[in-house]
Ligand binder design. Sequence first.
Ligand code: SF4
Length: 335
Amino acid sequence: MQEALFYSKLGNNKVRCELCPWFCQLNSGQTGICKVRTNEKGKLITLVYNKVAALGTDPIEKKPLYHFHPGKNILSLGEVGCNLHCSFCQNHRVSQCFADEFKGFHNITSEKIVSEALKTWNNIGVAYTYNEPLTFYEFLLDTAKFAKQAGLKNVVVSNGYINEGPLNRLLHFIDAFNIDLKAFSNEFYKKQTSGKLGPVLQSLKIIAKSKIHLEITNLVIPDLNDDEKQFGTMVEWIALELGNYTPLHLSRYFPQHKLQQAPTSIKKLEVLYNIAKQHLEHVYLGNVIDEKRSATYCSHCKKLLIERKRYKTGLNGIDENGRCKYCRANNNILL
Ligand code: SF4
């Protein structure tokens, strides 16, 4: 069993995990809120080291990342566990499962994952995704180190619910993040996710300051987080604190898990898209078929740079450095 990073011993075989803002205090035999870290006789261990629940190749656009190696693939892996409990979780079968109850694990080493990634066609690296990857921090960190040594890119798709120290340590090895900003309201976080907004905003600021590529996803849920005023405050905050070139993906909600209300209307998504465009250069609609609002346009000359038809990507408007082919403007596109 692999010992976990980031914990303190409190005496009497009790430990405190310091990976995420829950700071779970665990007696011997107890497992944390994320369901994958357990106190074994006074030692915190991770139950998910060298294990995957899902491993496959996806277009990078599926993460979603639209400004990071567009048109490429990425070997993607996930496990089980999450440190939030979202009522609308789209991956609840794996995210809300205890590691010791899950029957579908495959044992695999970091080296094997990297060798698979190197063999995969059109592949730029490894993505840690599907469930919450920060809960398998130790395996993520070790795999990311190997991947980086092999010249591959590392991508993390996360809820951003992590403490500052562990996040800073990870930044040395990660090339791109997509962080879910689920709402701009602590009340929403408390009621619908069991977490808090503050730590997510802190993670976003740390990542933006590090200059590592960052994109944000916001799942728009009718009546719960689609208030136009609050949404406007959120996009203003993104522009001011993270930069107005931070790509924002507005994703359409469909009923999932414990939340069974009607899907987000297309009209509402368009209204929020227009509000976001007043503050941010690159805004996209996801989980809908809308070629216009899923394409990338030059922020300077407004010409079409990248077309997207589902996961087919046409890069006709950018040069070999990712700049606009017509006016050479930089649109924060990494190739
Ligand atoms: S990572 Fe898991 S065990 Fe550690 S504090 Fe967060 S929820 Fe608790």
